[in-house]
Ligand binder design. Structure first.
Ligand code: BG6
Length: 482
């Protein structure tokens, strides 16, 4: 199969996602010789432009080193660009004609990456299905969120897609599934006798999954306001992590065995309610610098008086034998004090403490970014003559342990997986509908009742109410270590 031609089309090639993520990823994969040898790239969008103009848009994001310049030229030599509408069949026929120049006599495979606004999704997919499918080889379609806005709209979209393509032709991207430490979750859990048997309510008090960004939505406010942080991050990235942390051991590492377990654990979660969440929206910090001065509502692209949350924390429960009573705290926000994504598994207090209450809980921290790391907070005797104790870490920081190892970008892994036909790290349609089942009632309540988010200052930790809620949910912050 890898000897056959592969035709990769970026639909929406003139857009932001294409220039910032997709083209750089294609270039890195090409640069590293990871793609099938006979791969050709096509861009498709409404803007009339040449390949050179496309290249100019992408250049600032491609990170080309001096010694790679020659190879970079070769990359653009196998790029083509077709301008066309997203609605007219005849434009897609033209695209197909261009593609067919490369696969007339052979079993070429075709991949389509839909980096498109939701509004044109329907027509584009219909036209691809009707005019652009591979002749003899396979066709695979990669789609990006938003996959709808709630259960009903997501079902419409899923039904639409499944009327056109088989599930094994569809690759729903959640790029968090392409991150090193997210992929590591299964290995940590099921490859270690130390962890697997303690991974339960008997040993674990609570689990926090955090996503923080130190910047706001400036410039992206228009898009963001339609969705809000729950749809943007929590319903997908954080819930995906939760399902990998909480699922039962799959029968094998076959993609469907894994995804079956992910769906099963999601089914044990009741829809969350307003009582389970803290919602926030950032305001400007008058003492801050640059963007920090501006609150969410100062963005001209955000509708006046918008109640859209830019911060959310939810406490979730999984009603099964393993997790009954354990709180899963999902926390995410924009314009916070730092950039960080991590999972913190907090064990119970030591029973029958003999150290006068000095012992702190063990905690396993899996840091997704920045600086991939896995560490265990644990108690040890303070080195030296006294018989005292302190908290320390068993520290596996990748930068130290795996010096010089370059970790691929999430998109690189995932796009390569599509070439290889591996759906392990992609979202199956039943997973998606479970995710929406959990969040839809809450989202509807927030919108119907116009719930006002709590204001927090740009660059802060978010609303204090969130910290109070995680305390109440049996997650202990110790001193400065938050
Ligand atoms: C995207 C969200 O899915 O993930 C963005 O739409 C967010 O709002 C981004 O900034 C974060 O991705 P990463 O890989 O930079 O953590």
């Amino acid at each position: 199969d890898s000897q056959n031609p592969h035709l990769f089309t970026v639909m929406g090639a003139s857009g932001d996602l294409a220039k910032k993520k997709i083209y750089p990823t294609l270039w890195w994969l090409y640069r590293d010789g990871l793609l099938p040898p006979n791969t050709t790239f096509f861009g498709y969008a409404r803007t009339k432009m040449t390949v050179n103009e496309l290249r100019e848009r992408c250049d600032p994001h491609m990170k080309v080193k001096n010694e790679e310049k020659e190879r970079y030229e070769l990359f653009w030599k196998i790029n083509y660009y077709v301008a066309g509408s997203y609605t007219e069949r005849r434009d897609f026929e033209l695209l197909n004609k261009e593609l067919s120049n490369f696969d007339n006599l052979s079993r070429a495979n075709r991949l389509f990456y839909l980096a498109l606004p939701p509004s044109v999704f329907d027509t584009v997919t219909v036209h691809i299905r009707n005019t652009c499918m591979a002749n003899k080889g396979w066709t695979r379609v990669i789609v990006e969120k938003p996959f709808g806005k709630d259960s009903a709209s997501s079902k419409v979209l899923s039904d639409h897609l499944s009327s056109l393509f088989a599930e094994d032709q569809l690759y729903r991207i959640d790029h968090y599934l392409g991150k090193e430490m997210v992929q590591n979750l299964m290995t940590i859990r099921f490859g270690n006798q130390l962890f697997n048997p303690t991974w339960n309510r008997q040993n674990i008090a609570s689990i926090m999954i955090t996503f923080k960004e130190p910047f706001g939505t400036q410039g992206r406010g228009g898009y963001f306001d339609e969705f809000g942080i729950i749809r943007d991050v929590m319903q997908n990235h954080l819930l995906q992590i939760l399902s990998l942390v909480a699922m039962e051991k799959p029968a094998s590492v076959h993609p469907d065995d894994i995804r079956n377990e992910k769906v099963k654990v999601l089914k044990c979660i009741q829809p969350i309610t307003l009582n389970d969440v803290v919602l926030g929206q950032y305001i400007g910090n008058p003492e801050g610098e640059g963007d920090e001065k501006f609150g969410y509502l100062d963005d001209k692209t955000v509708p006046e008086g918008s109640n859209t949350p830019t911060f959310a924390m939810a406490v979730m429960r999984i009603n099964n034998e393993r997790w009954d009573g354990v709180n899963f705290i999902l926390k995410c926000g924009k314009a916070l004090n730092e950039r960080k994504a991590e999972v913190r598994i907090q064990y119970h207090d030591v029973a029958g403490d003999i150290f006068g209450g000095k012992t702190k809980r063990n905690e396993l921290v899996i840091r997704v970014q920045p600086g991939e790391a896995l560490y265990i907070k644990m108690m040890t005797k303070t080195p030296g003559i006294t018989f005292d104790m302190e908290e320390t870490e068993l520290d596996l920081t990748y930068q130290h342990r795996y010096q010089g190892v370059v970790l691929p970008d999430a998109y690189e892994r995932l796009i390569l997986d599509v070439f290889c036909g591996s759906q392990m790290h992609f979202v199956r349609s039943d997973e998606l509908s479970e995710a929406w089942r959990i969040f839809t009632p809450l989202l509807h309540t927030i919108e119907r009742e116009k719930i006002e988010p709590i204001k927090y200052v740009y660059g802060s930790r978010g609303p204090i109410e969130a910290d109070n809620k995680s305390d109440a949910a049996n997650f202990k912050f110790y001193g400065s270590y938050k």
